[in-house]
Ligand binder design. Structure first.
Ligand code: C2E
Ligand code: CA
Ligand code: CA
Ligand code: CA
Length: 276
């Protein structure tokens, strides 16, 4: 038994080493991927529920890996977030997003673009500096850029995170809480969070048809209205969900029912070109 324990300990240690080196590989490779232009944004439209109009989009990261092929965030975002690699990714996102908004504005289109940031991005001033610089450089309307962040990332490091988000909002950028309702919420924090929008997690949207999610959605909508926040429901997949969300007073919707995330060029073709 002792020997078996020793052996499995050895395997265990080896597993950790293999895992650690694969983390380092992914982190180092992401650096290279940015230089080699392998990252790509897919856009998913966000609609106004009353008018049905597309008012903006969420940018979702994809990695065209030369060996592993087309990767979605599930394959690399966790590792990026656990290493400092995520900061490079976020830096890239800032540049890309501002560039996209600049082009849309030049085309006379007033849509917003949101992108996802991580806890590490709020640990110091780097993101704030980059956003400030890029705003000066590109001279876009800051309200057309929205940051999405999960609640826990703000609460974990509340002082620093809320100071940075407040400054970003003073500059005119918007902030949304992602996956709202899934974490350790936070009624105690909600009035102190420097945010504009709550994104209801798709877990609740998907339960709407069963009659289960409605209470939660309604509570979030009421909460938002008390704090003067907008509400978006994500993961809308059916007409019935759409109708219930409208009835419940949800302002915005996003999900496969309208569109999957699609490449930037396709998004622009579909939603930005003048209607024929
Ligand atoms: P998220 O921010 O909650 O993004 C929503 C995810 O749900 C996206 O997955 C999207 O494709 C998917 N989705 C949208 N509508 C529906 C629907 O109707 N039904 C279903 N079943 N799924 C839907 P994706 O693109 O694989 O992204 C997964 C997660 O990776 C994101 O979750 C976000 O946390 C993270 N992520 C994506 N891009 C970035 C990024 O640029 N930076 C950072 N830090 N994280 C990112
Ligand atoms: Ca998001
Ligand atoms: Ca989400
Ligand atoms: Ca999420």
């Amino acid at each position: 038994a002792k020997q078996a324990g020793g052996a499995s300990l050895a395997f265990f240690t080896q597993d950790i080493l293999v895992e650690a080196s694969s983390r380092l590989t992914i982190a180092a490779e992401l650096k290279r991927a940015i230089v080699d232009n392998e990252l790509e944004l897919y856009l998913q439209p966000q609609l106004d529920s009353a008018s049905g109009e597309v008012v903006g989009a969420e940018a979702l990261l994809r990695w065209n890996h030369p060996v592993k092929g087309f990767l979605t965030p599930a394959a690399f975002i966790d590792v990026a977030e656990q290493t400092r690699a995520i900061r490079l990714v976020t830096g890239w996102l800032v540049k890309e997003s501002f560039g996209i908004i600049k082009r849309w504005e030049q085309a006379g289109r007033d849509l917003f673009l949101s992108f996802n940031i991580s806890a590490l991005d709020l640990a110091d001033n780097e993101l704030l500096l980059r956003m400030t610089e890029e705003l000066e450089h590109q001279q876009i309307k800051p309200a057309n850029i929205e940051l999405e962040i999960v609640e826990s990332a703000i609460i974990e490091n509340f002082q620093s995170a809320s100071a940075i988000l407040s400054k970003l909002r003073e500059l005119g950028f918007h902030v949304a809480i992602d996956d709202f309702g899934t974490g350790y919420s936070s009624l105690a924090y909600l009035d102190k969070l420097p945010v504009d929008k709550l994104k209801i997690d798709r877990e609740f949207t998907s339960k709407l048809e069963l009659g289960e999610g409605a209470g939660i959605v309604k509570s979030i909508v009421d909460l938002a209205s008390n704090f003067d926040l907008r509400v978006l429901a994500e993961g809308v997949e059916t007409l019935e969900q759409e109708q219930l969300l409208k009835q419940l007073g949800c302002h915005r919707v996003q999900g496969f029912y309208y569109s999957k995330p699609i490449p930037l060029a396709e998004f622009e073709q579909k939603y930005l070109l003048p209607q024929a």
